[in-house]
Design a binder for this molecule. Structure first.
Ligand SMILES: [Zn+2]
Ligand SMILES: [Zn+2]
Length: 237
């Protein structure tokens, strides 16, 4: 079946995410825009995924729990999971790999953890946009251990992308998919980086504000509209 999907969205937990980007608001905006599936991928944390999944159940839209991991090289990778439990276990592991530097909300923005009714249940104290100690070579196998799948984010961006940091992809990264921004000329990247020929090429919005969410621009052919089917698709299984 064809699924309208945006697999890279930030909530108010991300220091750079708008406080109006609550799990409830972003899920319902996605529903209004016509999505069948979205993923919540805050920087280095999955703590708003439980609320987003509950909001998704109410709204009738599939929410995939996820995270945008910042590797030791400062490369962003979108990591997606089958269940909220595996996402939370991964999130706890990543928390332990982060430098113990506290967020300064007045500079970087608040990092709100929100419950199912948009109530603030806490604030993440460590600064989430710093790099974890997990390396780019470790990400794919680590995420797979948690039953998930991952891909390097926004390849066409000039910062925090594998191409802007390292300049190339190599087989040992073991990526089965890669992400571009919605308007990127992905074909020109495929010509320069032949490894991309073997990968699923995804496009996601990376919206941090409700007004930056886009009408559907990508349809994925999945067996069913579930996180499990999506992960199978990304892994090419
Ligand atoms: Zn990013
Ligand atoms: Zn992002």
């Amino acid at each position: 079946m064809k699924i309208n999907a945006d697999l890279h969205l930030h909530s108010c937990l991300s220091p750079c995410g708008d406080n109006d980007m609550t799990p409830y608001n972003l899920v319902n905006m996605a529903k209004l825009l016509g999505y069948d599936m979205i993923a919540l991928t805050d920087h280095n944390s999955c703590l708003n995924c439980p609320a987003a999944i509950k909001a998704g159940r109410q709204a009738g839209i599939t929410v995939v729990p996820g995270m945008e991991l910042c590797t030791a090289e400062e490369i962003h990778c979108v990591c997606l999971f089958e269940s909220v439990d595996s996402a939370l276990a991964f999130s706890e592991f990543i928390h332990g790999t982060m430098p113990p530097i506290k967020n300064r909300a007045e500079i970087y923005g608040e990092q709100r953890i929100v419950g199912e009714n948009d109530e603030i249940t806490g604030y993440e104290e460590i600064l989430l946009h710093l790099a974890s100690s997990v390396t780019i070579d470790e990400v794919a196998s680590l995420v797979k251990k948690y039953g998930g799948a991952c891909f390097p984010a926004h390849l066409d961006r000039s910062s925090y992308s594998v191409l802007s940091v390292l300049g190339f992809l190599y087989p040992e990264m073991n990526f089965t998919a890669a992400e571009f921004t919605p308007k990127a000329d992905a074909e020109s990247y495929v010509e320069k980086h032949p490894l991309l020929k073997e990968m699923k090429l995804l496009r996601n919005s990376d919206a941090h504000y409700l007004e930056n969410m886009l009408p559907p621009f990508q349809q994925l052919e999945l067996e069913e509209c579930t996180p499990k089917a999506l992960i199978k698709y990304i892994l090419g299984e």
